[in-house]
Design a protein around this ligand. Structure first.
Ligand SMILES: Cc1ncc(COP(=O)(O)O)c(C=O)c1O
Length: 385
C-alpha cells in the first residue's frame, strides 16, 4: 500500500530541531532575542523595511485592520477564493466585506471587476483592499496601487501563500510579495503547510514607520516601556498601556524554528517550481483538465491546482489510492456566515465555476519524483478507465 501523500506538509530538518532545542535551553521562552533576529532576517528576505512577528497569520491580519483604523461601516473589497481570515479581519473591526469575482486565468481578484465597481460607486464608498497572492501567484500590486490612489484606498497584501514569490513591475523590475512597495501592509503565515513553518506563527511587513510603531503597541496589549513614548515615568518598572491591544506575540522557540526554516526558503521554492513544471508539462498533453496553475514566472507554488468537471470523483479515486488532495477554497460568500451577513456581494460567477472544478494536488518540497509520478499516473488511470 502506498504511504499516504498529503497535499502539503512541513519539512523539519535536524538543524531545525537543534535550533529549537538551543532556544528552549536559553533564558527566554518568549519576548527574547530570537524575535528581533527572526524579524530582521525576514524583512531582509522579503525586502521590506520593517517586520513584526506575531502569533499567527490571522492575528497579523487583525492587527493590520486595527492599525488602519477599520471601523463600523467601512467597506473592504477582497476575493472570495481565499482562506476565511482574509475577510474575517475586516469583520473583527466592525467593517463590511465586499467580495468581487476572480479572474479565471489567474484565479486572483479580477482587477477589471474591482475597477468597474469602484467607478460605479460614489467616491468614498470603499476603504480598502485585501489582495491575496492566492496559491502563491503574485498579484499585480503596482496596478492595484494606482487604482487605490485614485479611490483613496489602503492595501493589505495577504501574502500567506507567497513568501519568495514575485511579479515584474512596469519597469521590468522584480517586486517580491510582501515588500510593501505598493501596499501599506503585508502579512504572512507560518502554519505547517506554508513555505516557512513555525507550528503557528505570522509576520507583518511594512515600510511605514508610523504603522510599524502602532503595530508594536497593538501586538502587546497596547503597552510600552519605551521611555521616549511614556507620558510619565515613575522608575525602571514603569510602563504604560496607551491603547487597547492584544497578546499576539510569537514565542522565542517558534522564532528559532522560523529563522532556521527561512535559511532553506529559497531551496524550498526551487523544489516547488520543479514540481510545478513537471505537473504543467504532464497536464499540457492531457485534454481532460479545463485549466491548471501552469508554469508562471515568480509563482511561489504554495498550491498546484487543476480544474476538472469530475473533481469529486477524482478526489475520491485519489483518496482510495492514498493521495489526499484538497479544495482551495469554498468561496467565502457561500459560507453560512457571509451568506447571511453580506447580501451585497457583486459578480461571483467565475469564483463559483472555479470552485466547482478545482483540486489542489500534492505540492511540498519533499515530494519525491516517484511520488509525483505516482500521483500523475493515478490521475491518468482515473481518466482512462
Ligand atoms: C490566504 C491566507 N490568509 C490567512 C491565513 C491565516 O493564517 P493562520 O492560519 O496562520 O492564522 C491563511 C492560513 O491558512 C491563509 O492561507
Amino acid at each position: 500500500m502506498q504511504t499516504p501523500i498529503p497535499y502539503g506538509k512541513q519539512f523539519i530538518s535536524q538543524e531545525d530541531i537543534n535550533n529549537v532545542i538551543e532556544s528552549l535551553k536559553s533564558e527566554f521562552l518568549t519576548q527574547g532575542p530570537k524575535i528581533a533576529e527572526f524579524e530582521n532576517a525576514f524583512a531582509k528576505y522579503i525586502g521590506s523595511k520593517y517586520a513584526i512577528a506575531v502569533s499567527n497569520g490571522t492575528a497579523a491580519l487583525h492587527l493590520c485592520t486595527l492599525a488602519l483604523n477599520v471601523s463600523e461601516g467601512d467597506k473592504v473589497i477582497t476575493t472570495p477564493i481565499t482562506f476565511a481570515a482574509s475577510a474575517n479581519c475586516v469583520k473583527y473591526c466592525g467593517g463590511e466585506v465586499v467580495f468581487v469575482d476572480i479572474d479565471p486565468e489567474t484565479y486572483l481578484l479580477d482587477y477589471n471587476k474591482v475597477e468597474k465597481l469602484l467607478e460605479s460607486s460614489p467616491i468614498g464608498t470603499y476603504s480598502g483592499l485585501v489582495l491575496v497572492d492566492f496559491a502563491g501567484r503574485a498579484i499585480d500590486l503596482e496596478k492595484f496601487s494606482v487604482l487605490a490612489k485614485r479611490f483613496n484606498l489602503w492595501i493589505i497584501e495577504d501574502a500567506c501563500h507567497a513568501p519568495g514569490g514575485y511579479f515584474k513591475d512596469s519597469n521590468g523590475e522584480i517586486q517580491y510579495c510582501g515588500n510593501s512597495k505598493f501596499a501599506n501592509l503585508a502579512i504572512f503565515s507560518f502554519h505547517p503547510v506554508k513555505h516557512i513553518a513555525c507550528g503557528e506563527g505570522g509576520m507583518i511587513t511594512t515600510n511605514d514607520e508610523k504603522l510599524y510603531q502602532k503595530l508594536l503597541l497593538l501586538r502587546t496589549h497596547g503597552i510600552t516601556k519605551d521611555t521616549s513614548l511614556l507620558s510619565e515615568n515613575h522608575g525602571g518598572w514603569y510602563y504604560e498601556m496607551q491603547t487597547l491591544g492584544f497578546n499576539y506575540r510569537l514565542t522565542d522557540f517558534q522564532a528559532a524554528l522560523g529563522i532556521s526554516q527561512l535559511k532553506r526558503a529559497d531551496q524550498g521554492i526551487i523544489k516547488r517550481r520543479e514540481i510545478a513544471k513537471n505537473y504543467c508539462d504532464f497536464f499540457n498533453k492531457k485534454d481532460y483538465i479545463i485549466s491548471q496553475s501552469g508554469y508562471v514566472e515568480g509563482h511561489a507554488y504554495h498550491l498546484y491546482i487543476i480544474q476538472t468537471p469530475k473533481r469529486k470523483e477524482l478526489y475520491n479515486f485519489l483518496k482510495s489510492k492514498g493521495i489526499f488532495c484538497q479544495v482551495h477554497y469554498i468561496p467565502l460568500h457561500k459560507m453560512p456566515y457571509y451568506k447571511d451577513l453580506n447580501k451585497e456581494y457583486i459578480v461571483i460567477s467565475e469564483s463559483e465555476k472555479y470552485y466547482n472544478n478545482c483540486l489542489s494536488l500534492p505540492m511540498f518540497p519533499t515530494l519525491t519524483c516517484e511520488e509525483q509520478k505516482y500521483v500523475m499516473t493515478q490521475i491518468d488511470n482515473f481518466f482512462n478507465e
